[in-house]
Design a protein around this ligand. Structure first.
Ligand code: ZN
Ligand code: ZN
Length: 319
């Protein structure tokens, strides 16, 4: 199984103001020595040595992931603005000829998870087929409603690919060829479902968007099977610790510290922090990751082999 992240931002797409880019350029130039820019290779080496926030950006597009099965079947999770870019990529394949087939799964239909759909070019190409799944009974109506004329000039029916909708039984599992997909209810305003994928003895868990608090041990235990020994978990860590326990309780998101607590409790191997707050700069995200690693290492009695990363656009994870 291979997973590629196309949109990692939560809530609203986040663009970068010109002054922010100028600041980055200034910082990079101030750190460079003549040796660092003496050749193309030296420049590449120098850029690789910088903090991630100065090498580029974590990205501003909202939720969209690509899962490729061992047979290269395409599963798309959610349709935030990252979907537009995924669409441009797959148009180079069968989808550009009207011969593409993909599965789509929706966690929920908050804007940041569906707003890329009107700009998803493969939906416009007759002959392409999309099988669309969600545990929400009215998933078709929700997607259609985004494209009523007062919101967008092209109705979903005028995007000529075949789109068939399937309602999943809540908290159940289903199979797509050799891959097993389990959905699990998450706490989030309006509801949300996480997905666990299992193929060839490997597992990938995607929880967007979700609120967990460590003082609710019983509720967390009910997720034991869902997270159990997952090879990779992509987990909602939109909030800082203070936001999650003081300022934004019941707002429907979690923090890196609870993501780590849950990962340690259920034997997760790799944790990827996800659904970045639109107010967090790239520099802030470097700090979120550094703080998460510090939190993991604070208690020496804890497992230290949990691998923690922070999601960025274009990140590819082989599972
Ligand atoms: Zn969201
Ligand atoms: Zn949401």
């Amino acid at each position: 199984m291979k997973v590629k992240l196309w949109g990692v931002r939560g809530s609203v797409p986040t663009t970068f103001a010109p002054m922010g880019i100028r600041e980055k350029i200034k910082k990079v130039l101030s750190q460079a020595t003549p040796k660092d820019i003496s050749s193309e290779e030296a420049i590449e080496r120098f850029l690789d040595s910088l903090p991630f926030s100065l090498q580029g950006t974590y990205g501003g597009n909202t939720t969209c992931l690509e899962v490729r099965t061992k047979n290269n079947d395409l599963i798309i999770i959610d349709g935030g603005t990252g979907l537009k870019h995924l669409g441009a990529e797959i148009m180079k394949e069968d989808f550009g000829k009207g011969k593409g087939i993909a599965t789509m799964l929706f966690t929920h239909t908050h804007w940041d998870h569906i707003q890329g759909i009107p700009f998803f070019v493969p939906f416009y190409i007759k002959g392409n087929r999309f099988n669309i799944y969600s545990p929400f009974d009215d998933i078709k109506a929700r997607i259609e409603y985004q494209q009523v004329f007062s919101h967008f000039p092209v109705n979903l029916d005028y995007m000529f690919a075949t789109k068939e909708f399937f309602v999943l039984e809540k908290e159940s599992e289903f199979h797509l060829n050799d891959i097993k997909i389990i959905n699990k209810r998450m706490r989030h305003p309006g509801g949300c479902f996480g997905y666990r994928f299992e193929e060839n003895g490997k597992s990938f868990v995607f929880t967007s968007d979700c609120e967990f608090n460590i003082d609710e041990i019983d509720r967390i235990e009910s997720y034991a099977e869902f997270f159990s020994n997952a090879d990779v978990v992509v987990f909602d860590a939109q909030y800082t610790f203070e936001d999650s326990v003081i300022n934004k309780v019941e707002w429907g998101h979690s923090s890196a510290s609870i993501a780590i607590d849950i990962s340690l409790r259920f034997g997760v191997k790799k944790l990827i922090l996800w659904h970045h707050d639109p107010d967090h700069s790239d520099k802030k995200m470097d700090t979120v990751l550094a703080n998460a690693k510090a939190y993991l290492n604070m208690d020496k009695k804890r497992r230290s082999d949990l691998d923690i990363e922070i999601a960025y656009e274009g990140m590819v994870v082989q599972i």
